[in-house]
Design a protein around this ligand. Structure first.
Ligand code: ZN
Length: 476
């Protein structure tokens, strides 16, 4: 390799291209551009080459050559990640490996309730594969139309179904991984029980491509719910939301499949900026909850549970108002409001984002204290708080003061992050609940995580990837 700023030696690039064939190597400036920029445009990258292998053997040969030549490799799925883990640095000295052509179903086993798929399968396609077998694959994300299973695993993606089904880690039973040396770790087992030493696969889940390249996975399937009810609830406070969550959990248990919290400001934004969006309740409330019940038995069972929850909520005064979706279309409309919250922030200017989690019981304390912290950094900034309350995970975003200067507001990014994250740490929470670390939170992780933990992570990284070729500068 020549100097990293000047990219990679042309003869070496040709050796990489020969592994996948010229038709599956992306080199032209226009063609390569979509692989170099992540969705928020925060980390524009450069690279002379994107490789699109179609087999595990090709991935293995790519990594073996990368190891031999010290070439840095950036694995990429659907390129929807929000922390800059999946794009190359601006040096131009890294090769991107796109898994999009490794996208087959290897096996579907309805009795074991497992599906074995390759890393490049798009999440929505997997939903369809499961549905055709009368099963559910529950992982559900805003980007499901383009994100890929390998990326979901590498970021340990969360989303809206974690409350009942767990995050991606909990949905994964087995993995096939190509190690930086080119060796293949075949751990594609569909076992619920397996106590045979260290759980190696768990190290690759959430590793953001820093330990190897996931090429296939055994994932859990579930029975399809026979009944589903969705309600929108108006609430006076986060304390009331927490109390209602307690009622819902107590009455519905595992049938409570979503409990999402939405503040007044994000709801106002989404109603203002989304065509055809309709307010679910007659009058606005300071807080809202989107509650979903799924029953494995029947529609009547789901509606009975929902009615019990809302009746208790309204009678005790915890809930201010509530409406149950009267049709599938209305249920979809409620979910659309929730899913469009992020986009609806854009017309309001610059935004400083947080993806935090705290113990569910600490959500009200976090919201109260974080509001003060935000005001201390930018008194006119607007808190846009929503998220997966049932998981203790909030997307605690802060929009710039109305009509203010976006750049001046974004200059406060670090100060705002610190003010909010200090509270998260004091409450025993996490500064990255479901988006990962990538480039965005790397410095903060290294500066604030316990040194024993970061030291262990570095030693694991060194054991798996002694040459340091896998996605360097991300996570660690
Ligand atoms: Zn989320």
């Amino acid at each position: 390799m020549t100097s990293s700023v000047d990219g990679i030696d042309a003869a070496l690039l040709d050796r990489f291209v020969a592994i996948v064939g010229a038709a599956h190597a992306v080199r032209g400036e226009a063609e390569i551009a979509p692989y170099l920029h992540e969705p928020r445009g925060l980390y524009p990258g450069r690279s002379p080459l994107v490789l699109k292998p179609a087999s595990v053997e090709e991935v293995s040969r790519i990594l073996a050559l990368a190891s031999e030549t010290g070439t840095h490799i950036v694995p990429q799925g659907g390129n929807t990640g929000l922390v800059g883990a999946q794009v190359p640095h601006a040096t131009g000295g890294e090769v991107v490996v796109s898994l999009s052509r490794l996208n087959r179903v290897r096996e579907l086993d309805p009795l074991s309730n497992t599906v074995t798929v390759e890393a490049g399968m798009v999440l929505e396609t997997l939903h369809q594969v499961a549905d055709a077998a009368d099963r559910l694959f529950p992982l559900s994300l805003a980007s499901q139309g383009s994100c890929q299973i390998g990326g979901n695993l590498s970021s340990n993606a969360g989303g809206t179904a974690v409350l009942a089904y767990g995050n991606t880690r909990e949905l994964c039973l087995g993995l096939e991984v190509v190690l930086p040396t080119g060796e293949v770790l075949d751990d594609l087992r569909k076992l619920k029980k397996d106590n045979t030493g260290y759980d190696l696969k768990d190290l690759f889940v959430g590793a953001e491509g820093t330990l190897g390249i996931i090429t296939a996975a055994v994932l859990k399937l579930f029975p399809k719910p026979r009944g589903r009810e969705v309600a929108w609830v108006g609430l006076n406070s986060p304390e009331d939301a927490l109390a209602l969550f307690g009622v819902a959990t107590g009455r519905a248990g595992g049938s409570l499949t979503a409990f999402e919290l939405v503040g007044r400001t994000p709801l106002d934004f989404v109603l203002q900026y989304t065509p055809d969006a309709v307010a679910p309740l007659e009058s606005p409330w300071p807080w809202n909850a989107l509650v979903e019940i799924s029953s494995g038995r029947s529609a009547e069972d789901a509606s009975g549970l929902m009615e019990e929850i809302l009746t208790e909520g309204l009678e005790t005064g915890i809930a201010g108002d509530a409406v149950i979706a009267a049709s599938l279309a209305q249920a979809h409309a409620f979910w659309s409001l929730r899913e469009n919250l992020s986009d609806a922030q854009k017309p309001e200017g610059a935004s400083i984002k947080h993806d935090i989690s705290v113990p569910v019981v600490s959500i009200p304390a976090f919201i109260a204290r974080a509001a003060d912290a935000v005001a201390s950094v930018s008194p006119q900034a607007r808190v846009v708080c929503f998220g997966h309350m049932g998981d203790g995970n909030l997307h605690y975003n802060v929009s710039q003061p109305a009509g203010g200067d976006p750049k001046a507001f974004l200059d406060l990014y670090r100060a705002m992050n610190k003010a909010v994250h200090d509270i998260v740490r004091e409450l025993g929470g996490s500064i990255s609940a479901e988006h990962g670390i990538g480039q965005l939170k790397r410095d903060e992780l290294l500066a604030t995580a316990p040194p024993v933990a970061t030291d262990l992570m570095r030693r694991i990284k060194a054991a798996f990837d002694p040459a340091g070729i896998m996605n360097p500068g991300k996570l660690l």
